[in-house]
Structures are given as C-alpha cells and as structure tokens.
Design a protein around this ligand. Structure first.
Ligand code: ADP
Ligand code: MG
Length: 232
C-alpha cells in the first residue's frame, strides 16, 4: 500500500516536471511562430525583418537548450539496464563536446587508467556527463583546462571532472540542482544539474561538488562497479 503511494507520488512529480518542461519548450516555439507570421508581410521594412529574424533565432535556441539539457538521449521506452564501459562512454561524451570546448579555447585532459564497468541506463549515463561537462566548459568562456579522470576500486568508481573556470559561491553551490536555477540568464535552463542529480541517484551513485570562486569546480561522481579489466 505504502509502496503504491510512493509510486503514485513519483508519477505525479514526473508529470509536473513534464508539464514544466513542455512549457519551457512551447513558450519559445509560440513566440517564434508569432514572429514568423509577422515576417510573412511583404512590406516589412528591412530593419524590422532583421530584428524579427534574430528574435526567432534566439527563441529556437532557447527551445534547443531545454532539449539538450533535459532530453538529449531520452527514449520513449522504459529504461534499460545494461553494462556500461565507463572509459569508452566518457570518451564518446567528450568527443561530442569537443566543438564546444574548442569554441571556448578549453583544453581537455583525460586520465582513464583501468577499464571498468558499472550497471545502469546508458542513455542516462551519457546525459548526465554531457550536462556536467557542458557546465564545466561554459564556466571557462575565456579558456582553461578541463580534466576528466576515473579511479576504480573493487567496489566503486570515482569519476572526477575538474575545471579551472569561474567557480561558485557557497550560495550558488547550495542551490545547484534546484529546477530552473541558473546564473546564465537567457543562455541557461537551470535543468542540467537537476537531471544530473536525479540520474546519479537512480544509478545508486553519489555526487560531491567542490568549488571556489575564481579557482574552478571539481565534481566527483561515484557509482558501484560490477567488474574490472586490468591494464588498458
Ligand atoms: P544551466 O547550465 O542551464 O545554467 P545547470 O543546472 O546545468 O543549469 O547549472 C545551474 C548553475 O550552476 C549554472 O547556471 C551555474 O551557475 C552553476 N554551475 C554548474 N556547473 C558549474 C561549473 N562547473 N562551474 C561554475 N558554475 C557551475
Ligand atoms: Mg547546464
């Protein structure tokens, strides 16, 4: 009985979140559609046309950001639990973000000593690290170092993501993961870390964040390991 109640509550939370997310996507799309309608006027002055087009672009980018932070790897089917090769998945995620890193002159270093496996939903694992790495790169708009490393023990893996970016105050740190909390204004969704926390929890992991303004941020994510291969 109690179990069912918890399930019902969870479902409700998911529904509410889904409603909030579709709102976040629908709003900019509605705005964009409105301006496209205005753009259909043949007599619109050139200056207005330019202005409206840049609004349309901004609104579409805003919808795109929500999808990136929340739904990049989402699938309609229920989650599937599989063995995840931590090293190769992190490598692929880094490759995905290399263009963004290049744009910000961020140099990426990796140190993956051992090949090890954890259990979980692969899509969600990827989403989790896309969001963490994206934040790290975005915290270094004028360049810096991003290091990603793994350390395995028989029972757990620690994945460390360290940036030399702007860092966070203790107030910012305390609000990290709160839905829609962002310091990036129009360029942020405030959904990335909420998604990270919920995925890490679902995969029986833990997350620790250390940060210092001006010095950068280190995020340590731990997951239980299921097996290890020696060497590289
Ligand atoms: P968004 O990136 O859309 O702002 P997130 O949930 O991903 O939303 O992050 C929330 C906030 O946490 C960011 O706006 C930023 O202030 C802070 N933050 C997250 N990661 C870092 C980081 N590596 N360095 C500095 N600040 C960060
Ligand atoms: Mg983010």
């Amino acid at each position: 009985m109690k179990q069912q109640l918890i399930k019902a509550e969870k479902l409700k939370a998911v529904e509410q979140m889904g409603a909030a997310i579709s709102h976040e996507i629908r709003n900019p799309l509605t705005a964009a559609t409105g301006f496209v309608q205005l753009l259909q006027d043949d007599y619109l002055p050139r200056q207005k046309r330019k202005e409206y087009l840049s609004i349309v672009k901004e609104e579409l980018l805003s919808a795109e950001r929500v999808i990136q932070d929340y739904l990049t790897f989402a699938k309609p089917a229920l989650e599937t639990i599989e063995e995840i090769n931590v090293k190769s998945e992190l490598r692929q995620t880094i490759n995905l973000l290399q263009p963004l890193a290049n744009q910000n002159s961020v140099e990426i270093h990796t140190d993956f000593s051992i090949i090890g496996f954890i259990k979980g939903d692969l899509q969600k694992f990827r989403q989790c690290f896309v969001n963490i790495l994206k934040n790290a790169i975005e915290a270094m708009p004028n360049g810096g170092y991003l290091s990603v490393s793994t350390e395995f023990s028989q029972t757990e893996v620690t994945i460390t993501v360290k940036d030399t970016g702007e860092g966070m105050t203790s107030e910012q740190l305390a609000r990290l993961g709160e839905p829609f909390y962002s310091t990036k204004g129009k360029n942020g969704t405030g959904l990335g870390m909420m998604v990270v926390y919920s995925i890490v929890k679902a995969m029986d992991g833990t997350i620790r964040v250390q940060s210092e303004v001006g010095n950068g941020t280190t995020i340590l994510v731990k997951f239980p390991t299921i097996s290890l291969l020696n060497g590289n």
